[in-house]
Every structure is written in structure tokens, then in C-alpha cells.
Design a protein around this ligand. Structure first.
Ligand code: PMP
Length: 438
């Protein structure tokens, strides 16, 4: 049993000064039985070390961005350049152009982009732009998809298959929640019904084209095509939240990933990006078709701004990260390891008689403790939370770090190696063996 006494002490201290002891609620261990989260001190490649000196294989990847692994030399170099030449000017820089060009080359639906500081900001602004462009107020979103913490997208489903929302957080007026309609993911009929009911009021349909927030969940064949067609027939815009999926599965967005055949039919009007594109620094970006993006100030009437937006450090690190990801074989390597690991976990679960559904897409996968497929949020909720908590804690004890939530995915990075997969599978086997003995 490794000691985590320093983490425990630091957590006690943090609780006195930082609300809940954490700067993002997803970092707390509330969903896995509580207690002190692990305080990390240093990262290198696929590993990080906590304050007590314990080493962990990292499958959290900071909830996605750390796709190159920790302290990658290309990022260190980019950061050093920014540090030496000034970190913020409040003026345009050439790096912003270089980065915008790179994003556009990788994701053809982007005619113009704008850089912001987080995924939350990117999503929030796509909604404003869609409302400005269409002159309509409501948005349709999907149960279980997470789009950051701006008011509108923190609205959850009410009861029933297609409902006006109820606030999912205190501090959001019910009147605002009435501008949001939530429908189940992977259900074209529910979307059609919502569009028929609220038609002329719907500015946009906002979706994670491949879901990363209730496990990894792919759209059913034809679903995105139908969604785009129905949404456009209604005069509404399609917004893809690619904050997790952008550059996750290949060099580009989910919208042009090989999983989908007809890219023209699934192209969104607006896209939100974040996470990976910053190479580990704070970033967000949004973009889309010219006539829509022309709504944005200073060209148009939709206001959006940012003191830190497009800052040199984020631009340089983002550029460096994309350059690494553009190298041949990078994504194939992550996928190969993800297949080995996820197949291995599936086999071990089957051998131990533990029901488990593994959804893998490229180098990311989720492990749900259940005996049914997971294609929407309801199915993801209907999984064994206690078993997940025990699994999470058992893995952590053996030096394997996952996100402390049954809804999060495992992320492979460029830094993981076969030996890491083998070590991880041994840890999984140890836990499953214990479970069957219990
Ligand atoms: N959209 C999606 C799909 C996300 O997963 C997240 C964060 N997990 C966000 C938006 C919000 O991004 P940020 O935390 O950078 O504000």
C-alpha cells in the first residue's frame, strides 16, 4: 500500500483556502468514495509522480490535452521561446495567423477561426454567433454531453424524451433554461420531434460528434447525416463541440475522421475546439463558414473578446503540438496500444465473469461496468458506480491513474509504450481476481 500522506496533508491545507480543495470539481474524489485526491508534482512522458514520490502511468492525460505526454521537448522548447520573447502583447502576432492556417488546413469546414482561452468560451461563443446569425434563441443539446460551464449548456434534460431544460446548477435562471431543449443522443426521432415542436425558435443543434463525456460513444451509422439534414431543413445551424475530439483520433476533427464516409454530409456550420490544440496550455478556438463568422465583432454585431486570447505561449505550444501530431504513424501507434489495452481488459473481465462494455475509438476508450451496450447517456448512467470506484482505487494503488469518474475515457498518448500496457493489464488482472474471490 503506497503512502499518500503528503497528498492527504496537502488536501487538508487546500480545503482551507481553495473551495473544495480543487480548482475543478472533476478532480475531487467525490464520485469514487471521497478522500484526498492525489497531488502530482512532476510529469515525464506517460508518467507522473505524486508528492510522496509514487509513480503513476497516466491515462487521464489531463482530461485530454496531454496527447504528447508530459514535458515533451517540443512543448518545452515552444514555451522557452515564448518566455524569452514576451508572453503577452495585446496586439496581433504572426503566430496567430500560422495557427489559424494550420487549423483550417486540418479541418476544412473552418473558413475563419477565433482563438479564446478555454473550451467553455469556445462553445459559449458558438451559441451566441448562431443566435446572432439565425435571429433565434433556443438551442437543442444532447443528454450527457458536456460543453463546459457556461449557463446555457449546464442545463439538463427534464423528464421525457425531448424536454425543455431544468438548470443543472444553482445560479442559472429557469427562464434561461427554457431556451434549451435536451434530447437523447443517437435518437433521430427524438431530435425530429423536438425540431417539429420548437422549429422556428431553434438557433442551433449542439453536439459532440463523437461523445467523450459519458464514455466514448460513436454516433450510430447515418445519425450525424440525419442530424445535419434535419437541422438545416429547419433553418438551424449545426454546432460540433470538438473540444475533446479535435485531433484526438487523427490529424483533424471528428468531422473528417475516417469513421465517417460522407464528410460533406456531416460538416457542421460552427466548430468549437480546445484541449489538445493548446499542447497543454490554456486554449479554445471556434470557427466556421465565412458568412456566419462575419457576425463576430469587429466585423459584425456579435461581441466576443479576450485579454489572453491568442497569447504567444498558447499559440507556440499549440503549433508545436500539432507539428508533432502531423508526423507519420503517430495516431496509428496510439490506436495500436489502445486496441491491445482495451481488448486485454475486455478479455480479463470476461475471464473473471465481470460484465463490462468497452467502447474504443482510435486511441481512446471507455470501460463501463454493465452488461449492455452504451450508446447514450441513459445506458451510461445504468452502470455499476461502486464497482467503478473500487476499480479506480485498486488501479491507483498499483500506480495506474484514471479519471475519478465512471463517465471519463482512458486516453493513450504518444508517450505510452508496450511495457506500460503490460503493466496496466497486470494491475487490472489483480483487481479482477480479487473481485471474483470476494
Ligand atoms: N466541451 C467538451 C466536449 C468538453 O469535454 C469540455 C471539457 N471537458 C469542454 C467543452 C469545456 O472545456 P474547458 O474545460 O476547457 O472549458
Amino acid at each position: 500500500q503506497p503512502s499518500r500522506s503528503k497528498s492527504e496533508q496537502l488536501y487538508e491545507e487546500a480545503l482551507k483556502h481553495i473551495v473544495g480543495g480543487v480548482n475543478s470539481p472533476s478532480r475531487s474524489f467525490k464520485a469514487v468514495g471521497g478522500g484526498a485526491p492525489v497531488f502530482m508534482k512532476r510529469g515525464q512522458g506517460a508518467y507522473f509522480w505524486d508528492e510522496d514520490g509514487n509513480r503513476y502511468i497516466d491515462y487521464l492525460a489531463a482530461y485530454g490535452p496531454i496527447i504528447l505526454g508530459h514535458a515533451h521537448p517540443a512543448i518545452a522548447e515552444a514555451l522557452a521561446t515564448a518566455a524569452a520573447s514576451g508572453t503577452l502583447f495585446g496586439t496581433p502576432t504572426e503566430w496567430e495567423i500560422a495557427f489559424a492556417r494550420k487549423l483550417k488546413a486540418a479541418i476544412p469546414s473552418l473558413d475563419k477561426v477565433r482563438f479564446v482561452n478555454s473550451g467553455t468560451e469556445a462553445v459559449m461563443t458558438t451559441i451566441r454567433v448562431a443566435r446572432a446569425y439565425t435571429g433565434r434563441a433556443k438551442i437543442i443539446k444532447f443528454a450527457g454531453c458536456y460543453h463546459g460551464h457556461s449557463d446555457l449548456v449546464l442545463v439538463a434534460a427534464g423528464s421525457g424524451p425531448s424536454t425543455l431544460g431544468i438548470p443543472d446548477s444553482a445560479g442559472i435562471p429557469v427562464s434561461l433554461a427554457h431556451e434549451v431543449i435536451t434530447v437523447p443522443y443517437n435518437d433521430s426521432e427524438a431530435l425530429q420531434a423536438a425540431l417539429e415542436r420548437w422549429g422556428d425558435d431553434v438557433a442551433a443543434v449542439m453536439i459532440e460528434p463523437i461523445v467523450g463525456n459519458f464514455g466514448m460513444v460513436a454516433p450510430k451509422p447515418g445519425y450525424l447525416e440525419q442530424l445535419c439534414r434535419m437541422t438545416r431543413d429547419n433553418g438551424s445551424l449545426v454546432i460540433y463541440d470538438e473540444v475533446i475530439t479535435g485531433f484526438r483520433f487523427h490529424y483533424g476533427g471528428a468531422q473528417n475522421y475516417s469513421l465517417f464516409e460522407d464528410h460533406a454530409a456531416i460538416e457542421p456550420d460552427l466548430t468549437a475546439l480546445g484541449k489538445i490544440i493548446g499542447g497543454g496550455l490554456p486554449i479554445g478556438a471556434y470557427g466556421g463558414r465565412d458568412e456566419i463568422m462575419e457576425q463576430v465583432a469587429p466585423l459584425g454585431p456579435a461581441y466576443q473578446a479576450g485579454t489572453m486570447a491568442g497569447n504567444p505561449a498558447s499559440m507556440l505550444c499549440g503549433l508545436a503540438c500539432l507539428d508533432e501530431l502531423a508526423k507519420p504513424g503517430v495516431y496509428e501507434g496510439m490506436e495500436r496500444l489502445a486496441i491491445k489495452l482495451s481488448d486485454g481488459i475486455s478479455d480479463l473481465a470476461a475471464a473473471a465473469g465481470i460484465p463490462m462494455t468497452v467502447n474504443r475509438i482510435g486511441g481512446a476508450f471507455s470501460t463501463h461496468f454493465c452488461d449492455h451496450p452504451v450508446t447514450n447517456y441513459e445506458e451510461a448512467q445504468d452502470t455499476d458506480s461502486e464497482q467503478f470506484a473500487a476499480f479506480f482505487r485498486g488501479m491507483l494503488k498499483q500506480g495506474i491513474c484514471l479519471a475519478p469518474s465512471k463517465y471519463e475515457a482512458w486516453f493513450l498518448t504518444l508517450a505510452h509504450r508496450e511495457a506500460d500496457i503490460e503493466e496496466t493489464l497486470i494491475a487490472v488482472k489483480n483487481i479482477f481476481n480479487m473481485h471474483t474471490k470476494l
